[in-house]
Design a protein around this ligand. Structure first.
Ligand code: SF4
Length: 171
């Protein structure tokens, strides 16, 4: 039988405070529902222990970092969902209107492409598909070299946490 991963309140408090500080410093907002947020933060800590990285607590992780880079929190999809729906997929992060109670966070459709599409995009990158033949542009983090195929570079590099401005169009 699999051993349950136990997360202490102190560990949740510590990560919650860190996320709160980071959110405030960069203009983001955590959901005001503290109980709900604590559950999500607990889920991040469970995933950190289970996989070695903090995969999104609302998605099923593959358990292989290379396949889950786009859903290491904050995931690649957070900002697009904040802009369009006022909250990230899990509603851990919310936009100013939701944070100030002027709008309710609605249910958010999954923006992450299906696994087959993600695999195809990776295969295109590894095969060095010629420019113009790629289904998505490829972006490279200038700090650590991380490559990803998507419409826009991620807001934060999942490997080294460099900001979007540090990405360049690679292919
Ligand atoms: S930012 Fe992304 S990974 Fe983090 S909790 Fe929200 S949806 Fe999940």
């Amino acid at each position: 039988m699999k051993k349950e991963i136990e997360i202490s309140d102190a560990a949740v408090d510590a990560l919650l405070q860190k996320l709160q500080r980071e959110a405030e410093a960069s203009g983001y907002h955590l959901n005001n529902d503290r109980k709900f947020v604590r559950e999500l933060v607990g889920g991040l800590l469970v995933n950190q222990q289970r996989y070695g990285y903090a995969a999104c607590p609302c998605r099923l992780a593959a358990g292989e970092k290379a396949a889950d880079l786009d859903i290491i929190c904050p995931c690649d999809y957070r900002d697009a969902d904040l802009n369009e729906f006022g909250a990230c997929f899990c509603a851990l992060y919310v936009g100013p209107e939701v944070s100030e109670g002027r709008k309710q966070a609605a249910s958010i459709p999954e923006r992450r492409p299906p696994a087959s599409q993600r695999r195809a995009a990776k295969a295109e990158i590894s095969a060095g598909a010629p420019l113009g033949k790629l289904s998505q542009p490829v972006w490279r983090c200038k700090v650590c070299g991380y490559l990803c195929a998507r419409g826009e570079p991620p807001d934060i590099c999942p490997i080294c946490k460099a900001k979007k401005e540090r990405f360049e169009r690679f292919m």
